[in-house]
Write a protein that binds this ligand. Structure first.
Ligand code: HEC
Length: 135
């Protein structure tokens, strides 16, 4: 009996793609396009004006607010690594839930950050929560 090539080829191709793709690659590209102009390519922020994301205690502690900040922005007085920030971050409504999840997972693991993986479901739950509260 002859086995049709698609039977063994398909899983092989799938495996190849899996090995090649960097899990945070889409997030990295999105970060470069939507965040880096303010927060910097290295996530260092802009002294006194824009808070850092690299080694940022705020980013680590407010995990559940992150998706809402990306979609709806932030206009508050916040403290990040002991410094106060009060500029406005405008929201980026055109990003999909998946794109937001990819950005979060990129910044959680970039520049030496090790803030854990945030599953897509959690991003969706956060967004539903902030939409209910009007933000
Ligand atoms: C127009 C400039 C600008 C852009 C673009 C921008 N931010 Fe911000 N971001 C800010 C400012 C300013 C604050 C502080 C807001 C405040 O004080 O209320 C902030 C705050 C934050 C915070 C909370 C504080 C911290 O440092 O942990 C996070 C997280 C964040 N931004 C992530 C992002 C991500 C991710 C993107 C891209 C999707 C992004 N920002 C795009 C300016 C920007």
């Amino acid at each position: 009996m002859k086995i049709h090539p698609t039977v063994w080829l398909a899983p092989l191709v799938a495996l190849m793609f899996q090995c090649q793709s960097n899990p945070y690659q889409q997030g990295e590209i999105l970060y470069a396009n939507f965040c880096a102009n303010c927060h910097g390519v290295d996530g260092q922020g802009l002294q006194g004006l824009i808070p850092p994301l690299a080694a940022a205690d705020y980013l680590q502690e407010k995990r559940e607010r992150l998706a809402c900040i990306i979609r709806y922005g932030l206009q508050d007085t916040i403290e990040v690594n002991g410094r106060t920030y009060g500029q406005v971050m405008t929201g980026i409504p055109e990003l999909s839930e998946t794109e937001i999840a990819n950005i979060i997972n990129y910044i959680h693991h970039a520049w030496g950050n090790d803030f854990g993986y945030v599953p897509f479901d959690e991003v969706r739950r956060s967004l539903t929560g902030c939409e209910k509260n009007g933000r």
